[in-house]
Ligand binder design. Structure first.
Ligand code: ZN
Ligand code: ZN
Length: 110
């Protein structure tokens, strides 16, 4: 489940969006789905004062990486990260093995 955060960031907007528990505007158009946000409903709005806001349900669509992730996404990211580390470790092992297997022929010339 997506839990409501007091502020989130989205890829398509430079500023932080803050959660308004009560929409004070009689008519506010959601910048994601273009639908009207009913007055007195929760919404997210740009904290820097832009005329930019959206439904709470529309926020997760394009949330940027800094924003909290839901459980599934989190598991997936961890899995990817672990895989990356494994690949990295394998590369290091191969390099070390390569060095060990390398016979350095030294020619001493007198
Ligand atoms: Zn919307
Ligand atoms: Zn803004």
């Amino acid at each position: 489940m997506w839990s409501l955060k007091v502020c989130v960031r989205r890829e398509d907007h430079a500023h932080t969006l803050s959660l308004l528990y009560v929409n004070p505007y009689p008519s506010f158009t959601c910048d994601v789905c273009r639908g009207a946000i009913a007055q007195n409903h929760c919404m997210y709005r740009c904290s820097s004062g832009c005329d930019y806001g959206m439904h709470v349900k529309c926020v997760p669509a394009k949330v940027s990486e800094q924003a909290p992730m839901n459980e599934m996404t989190f598991q997936l990211e961890m899995f990817k990260l672990q895989n990356q580390m494994k690949v990295h470790q394998m590369a290091v092992d191969t390099m070390l093995l390569g060095n060990h297997g390398l016979h350095r022929n030294r020619y001493y010339r007198y």
